[in-house]
Design a binder for this molecule. Structure first.
Ligand SMILES: [Zn+2]
Length: 412
């Protein structure tokens, strides 16, 4: 497995490299990704473009949009140009735009990329809230030149086209407001992103004297929406009404920062924050305010007498579902948690294949910081880009239940 991934990282295997977009130390990282001091980013020109002859309009004037240029190449053919915030960059080529036409027509839109290749199957929406993947017959991914062509039926009603469901800071704020209505949940602003967006943390507990902690983060990488689709039900389950959740909350406190990179998400970035940096490579030097703020809040637990952290988890997305775990020769407290947790997930989802890829330390990612700071089991929970959305949700719930059962057994 390690050799296979090493070959992938060297580009020697052209097919079957599952995790080239992931976060493991042996997977592909562009040069300089662990140098986390500020890098310049190119701002996206926000505008609405119209074509007089065809009556077609396109716009990137909304939160989370990414469309850098758009031009007509033939009667019904258009080319969209998508660029990252800066380069070199991991290939997570996010795009999102609105398109409509004065009279009904079918257009072909070719998605082209600079500093990257097409990755995400297009998702379509009529209102920017409900999304469905484009049907296979209207979608052609050309892997030889890294482009994709979408056949879109458009008319006066706006069609939203995006790499994944649009879940931006507005959606997170709404979700956190909902969560905070539950008696066991409080939320607070712990700091600001580089562009001044609030970094919000949820505290989930009913423990009178809080002393046992679980730490949860997600969405360091803006396009990794499927990680969010697992993280939110994971947290909802911990905050839920089940006997298990109530018992868990009497003994444990969960601190969760579900949106680590609000600037990147709202600016339609491929990977970085507005400092042009991969936040999940900043968990050593903490040059960026997002990782620094959260590490300072979490890090205070280290010096508190009587306090013990039990587990740290960070939700991401890559090509397929996979759990990046710690190498088993690293001693954790509690011991054996990772294997017991994965076994519980296997037992709860017998038709689901659990991919476990353990790694040693070395890369400055959050998972390793959790371990190095607290000596706890830690995990990068990776969800496939195109994994079934209903199953993602069920697994997020099942993963939370398995975690709560195992950690409760530690204290009972
Ligand atoms: Zn990621």
């Amino acid at each position: 497995m390690r050799l296979w991934i090493a070959l992938c990282s060297l580009g020697l295997l052209l097919v079957g490299c599952r995790h080239t977009g992931g976060d493991a130390p042996l997977s592909y990282d562009p040069p300089g990704s662990t140098l986390t001091t500020d890098k310049a980013i190119a701002p996206q020109h926000r505008r609405t473009i119209g074509f007089t002859q065809s009556g077609v309009w396109v716009s990137n004037e909304f939160t989370g949009a990414r469309l850098n240029d758009f031009y007509r190449t033939d009667d019904s053919a258009y080319t969209a140009v998508i660029r990252p915030e800066n380069a070199p960059i991991n290939n997570s080529a996010w795009y999102a735009f609105k398109i409509w036409a004065e009279r009904p027509q079918t257009v072909n839109v070719r998605l082209t990329y600079e500093d990257g290749d097409h990755r995400y199957v297009a998702k379509l929406s009529r209102d920017g809230e409900g999304w469905t993947p484009i049907d296979d017959a209207s979608y052609a991914h050309d892997t030889t030149d890294g482009t994709a062509t979408l056949r879109l039926k458009i008319g006066p009603d706006t069609l939203w086209v995006a790499a994944q469901e649009l879940i931006t800071s507005k959606h997170f704020a709404r979700w956190m407001d909902e969560m905070a209505r539950r008696p066991a949940v409080t939320r607070r602003v712990i700091g600001e992103s580089r562009q001044g967006r609030p970094l919000r943390m949820l505290t989930i507990t009913e423990a009178p004297e809080t002393s046992r902690y679980v730490l949860v983060i997600s969405r360091q990488h803006p396009p990794e929406v499927t990680g969010t689709l697992a993280a939110l039900p994971f947290l909802e389950t911990i905050a839920g009404e089940s006997d298990l959740a109530r018992a868990f909350r009497k003994h444990f406190t969960v601190l969760a920062v579900p949106l680590m990179n609000p600037d990147g998400v709202d600016n339609g970035h491929w990977r970085h924050n507005t400092g042009g940096v991969d936040l999940n490579r900043d968990w050593l030097h903490f040059n960026q305010p997002e990782a620094r703020t959260v590490s300072e809040i979490f890090g205070k637990l280290k010096d508190k007498p009587g306090v013990k952290v039990y587990f740290g988890i960070d939700f991401h997305s890559t090509q397929e579902d996979v759990f990046y775990t710690l190498a088993r020769d690293l001693t954790t407290d509690p011991p054996g948690f990772t294997d017991a947790w994965l076994d519980k997930i296997r037992a709860a989802f017998p038709d689901y294949t659990v991919y476990d890829e353990p790694y040693g330390l070395g890369s400055p990612v959050s998972k390793n910081w959790f371990y190095e700071t607290f000596g706890v089991p830690a995990m990068t929970y990776e969800v496939g880009d195109e994994s079934d959305r209903a199953l993602i949700r069920k697994l997020g719930i099942g993963a939370a239940e398995a975690m709560m059962e195992l950690l409760l057994a530690e204290v009972e």
